[in-house]
Design a protein. Structure first.
Length: 197
């Protein structure tokens, strides 16, 4: 059922006819710093994830001062106190934003996002969690279809895997990443480059 929903969203989003000068498509490359809030496992242990660099890409359709599209982000992090425990996170989000003019070349924007966070520890099977959040920033028109941006994103993932994995305290690896229900808050400080066409 989910695949049909995504297909319908994609077809509705990217179908259309000719584009006016203030419409079109855009591809953005992102890079920056990813910071994570602490988590508590089902055994009440504290999990602190290291702050790491990340990269991302988005593909958006522009409609006047609005845009809609998909955002992908990848970060490779680890436990602060046990670097042998690695955790990769991949976000795939549907996003939308509204642009607000500041000057002829400078815009601000604010948006929302919803999607999934694929979490892959190096000591446990990968899992997918619901994710949502908000973002906002500034972008500067460089000309020739290019613009530079800086933004901050808040990404919140609902972490719950007790239905799939049983933690009885005997398996250190499983219990190190076992949650009855917690929210992983992550913040991304990004710089990026957009090309519109």
């Amino acid at each position: 059922m989910r695949s049909y929903v995504w297909l319908a969203l994609g077809l509705g989003l990217f179908s259309g006819s000719a584009m006016a000068s203030n419409m079109g498509f855009g591809v953005t490359l992102y890079g920056g710093q990813n910071s994570s809030q602490d988590l508590h496992t089902s055994q009440k242990a504290l999990v602190e994830l290291a702050d790491k660099n990340h990269f991302g890409i988005s593909f958006d359709r522009y409609l006047d001062k609005k845009r809609y599209g998909f955002f992908y982000s990848m970060v490779e992090t680890e436990f602060e106190d046990s670097p042998i425990y690695k955790v990769d996170m991949e976000y795939l989000m549907f996003q939308s934003a509204i642009d607000v003019d500041i000057t002829d070349n400078l815009d601000s924007y604010i948006g929302a996002q919803i999607g999934v966070n694929k979490v892959t520890p190096n000591f446990e099977e990968p899992d997918h969690f619901f994710a949502a959040g908000f973002y906002g920033g500034l972008k500067y028109d460089l000309g020739a279809g290019f613009s530079a941006l800086t933004e901050i994103r808040w990404l919140a993932s609902s972490i719950k895997n007790s239905s799939k994995i049983s933690c009885n305290g005997s398996d250190e690896d499983v219990c190190a990443w076992h949650f009855d229900g917690d929210v992983l808050n992550q913040f991304q400080l990004n710089v990026g480059l957009t090309y519109r066409f």
